[in-house]
Every structure is written in C-alpha cells, then in structure tokens.
Design a protein around this ligand. Structure first.
Ligand code: BV8
Length: 262
C-alpha cells in the first residue's frame, strides 16, 4: 500500500491518526521497544553487563534450560527483578487510553504483546493478550504447576519446588508453541481488524511477525512505530519513525484529543 513515511507530527502521523480515529476493530502489537522506555532492555540488547557473552536466542530455549538451568534461571530472575523495578511509561499509558477511546466510540480493541513484563496491565490496559507469556509468573518445570509467592530474591538457582523440581518462568521459549488461548484471541481480533498498529518490535519473531500481513490481507490500515527500519517498514500503510514513548501519545492525541491527565 502506498505509504506515508514521516517524522513525528508530520502528515503521515496525522493521516495515521485519522485512520485510528475511524477504526472499528483496532489491534496493537507491541514489542520490547515499548518497554525500553521503562528502562527494560530490549530482547536483543537484553545482554548487559554480566550477560554480554551470552546470546539471548540461545538462552531463551528449553534446551538451554535443560543443559544449564543455573544460568538460564539466573538470567530470567535478573530480568524479572528489572521488570519489578520498572514503571509504565507514556507509551503504555497512551495505549491504555487508546483502548478506552476506541471502546467509547463503539469500536473493538485488543492489545497483543510480545513483552513478558506485565507493564501494559499495570498501565491500565484491560484486553491484553500475552503472546509470549509472563516473566512474572513461574511454574514447576516438571509438573507445570504454577508457583505462587515468588521470593523477592531466589535463595538458589534454579529455585526449586518443595519436591525439589526446578522452577521456570512462564515465558514461551523459542521452539515452544504459543499458548493456544493467546493465539485464538490474536486470530479472532485479526479477523475483524481494520487498523493494525505494530510498535517497538523488530518484526522477526513468528508467528507474531506475521500478524501485520494477515491484517493487511484483510484490507486493514497498517501503522508501524519504531525508532528504526524493520522488515515491515516498507510495506505498512504508515511507517512512523520515532520512540514509542513520544510517538504513541502523539498518535493518540492527534486521533482523539488530549490524553486523560497523567
Ligand atoms: C513457535 C519470550 C512453533 C522469552 C520470546 C516461521 C518463520 C521463521 C521462524 C519461525 C517461524 N515459526 C516459528 C519460528 C521459530 C521462532 C522464530 O520466529 N524465530 C525467529 C528468531 C526467526 N519462533 C518460535 O520459536 C515461536 N514458537 O512458533 O512454535 C511450534 C508449534 C507447535 C509446537 C511446537 C512449536 C516462539 C517465539 C517466542 C519466543 N520467545 N520471548 C523471553 O522474553 O526471554 S521472543 C523475543 O523476541 C522477545 O521476547 C520478543 O517477544 C521477541 C521479539 O523481540 P522484540 O520485542 O521485537 O524485541 P527486539 O529487541 O527484537 O526489537 C526491539 C525493537 O524495538 C527494535 O525494532 C528496535 O528498533 C525498537 N525499539 C527499541 N527502542 C525503541 C524502539 N522502538 C520505539 N521506541 C523505542 N524507544
């Protein structure tokens, strides 16, 4: 589709906002670039300090956990604590406000997130589908039983259940299937989507990376917000270059007026 390309606040943003304002079935897909503004490292730069010598694509697999549960559970506990310390940012608030505005105008809204940090829910978003699970929830790696009352600080790595089984985060690792319910809810929303917004994702991890194409096939207006070019930047209706914490409030305000005071 002929696309608008543009800097913040330009004609592309205005046109994208107009499409959003008219949207009756709005679907938003978020990636680590939204939480990056809450100082949570993105997936591909989640390797800071101690982790510099590890490849996240290799750590985020069941094979890595089986081979080295100490390192993998230490990495996830390190990231879990960063998420606990983090606060939602203006991008999260803007998406929670967008949900309210679209619903108030009689439209349907669904937020599909690849993020595992729970910040969308903490910002007030209600219809959130956690495509890749949650780092805040852990389960027994043997029985699958959820573990309640996670300690602030694990006493050992891997932390274990009373039966001595290692616990793992309830995230979807590479090579693991996405939760069936999450996929159903994603495809159900895409069925009636007329505006699809992809924010802060490198658009390379499937099946989430394929959603924008499904939406476009159904004639939806597709909007991307990213600091950089991605594999979908050239095919979306509007590719808005900028940071999510700045662009999302602009997009929502341009579509619906000033965001509820925050
Ligand atoms: C599955 C949880 C099948 C763990 C993650 C089809 C084609 C090719 C490959 C596949 C395919 N189908 C399946 C695959 C394999 C694989 C895959 O896609 N591999 C890729 C690498 C090619 N997919 C899977 O394995 C999936 N499973 O399909 O199973 C199956 C079916 C039945 C039975 C068994 C199996 C599972 C995928 C989920 C993996 N788990 N996360 C954890 O978090 O540790 S994925 C991981 O990458 C992240 O969590 C995130 O969800 C995902 C994408 O990352 P992004 O969110 O995009 O973050 P990234 O750092 O990459 O990019 C950040 C972006 O933000 C950048 O563009 C940057 O420019 C931008 N940005 C940064 N700051 C800002 C910003 N933008 C705006 N403002 C800013 N401030």
């Amino acid at each position: 589709m002929a696309g608008g390309r543009g800097n913040p606040g330009g004609p592309a943003l205005e046109a994208a906002a107009e499409a959003l304002r008219r949207g009756r079935g709005v679907v938003v897909l978020t990636g680590a670039g939204v939480s990056a503004e809450s100082r949570i490292p993105t997936f591909r730069d989640a390797m800071e300090g101690l982790w510099k010598s590890f490849d996240p694509l290799r750590l985020a697999t069941p094979e890595a956990f089986a081979a080295d549960p100490v390192t993998v559970s230490r990495w996830y506990d390190f990231r879990r604590k960063k998420c606990l310390e983090a606060q939602p940012n203006p991008g999260h608030w803007a998406l929670a406000d967008l949900e309210r505005r679209v619903r108030a105008s009689g439209g349907r809204f669904r937020l599909l997130t690849q993020n595992v940090d729970g910040l969308h829910q903490r910002a007030g978003s209600e219809d959130v589908v956690e495509l890749h699970g949650s780092i805040m929830r852990w389960r027994c790696s043997v029985t699958g039983e959820p573990v309640s009352g996670l300690p602030e600080q694990f006493a050992e790595y891997p932390a274990r259940t009373p039966d001595g089984h290692a616990i793992r985060p309830c995230v979807v690792w590479f090579g693991e299937a996405l939760p069936e319910r999450a996929l159903e809810e994603a495809y159900e929303a895409l069925e009636t989507c007329d505006v699809f917004v992809s924010v802060g994702t490198s658009a390379v991890v499937y099946p989430a990376a394929g959603f924008v194409h499904l939406a476009a096939q159904r004639g939806a207006t597709t909007i991307e917000v990213n600091r950089e070019q991605t594999p979908i930047s050239g095919s979306v209706s509007f590719s808005l270059r900028g940071s999510s914490g700045e662009m999302l409030p602009r997009l929502v305000e341009s579509a619906f007026g000033a965001i509820d005071g925050r």
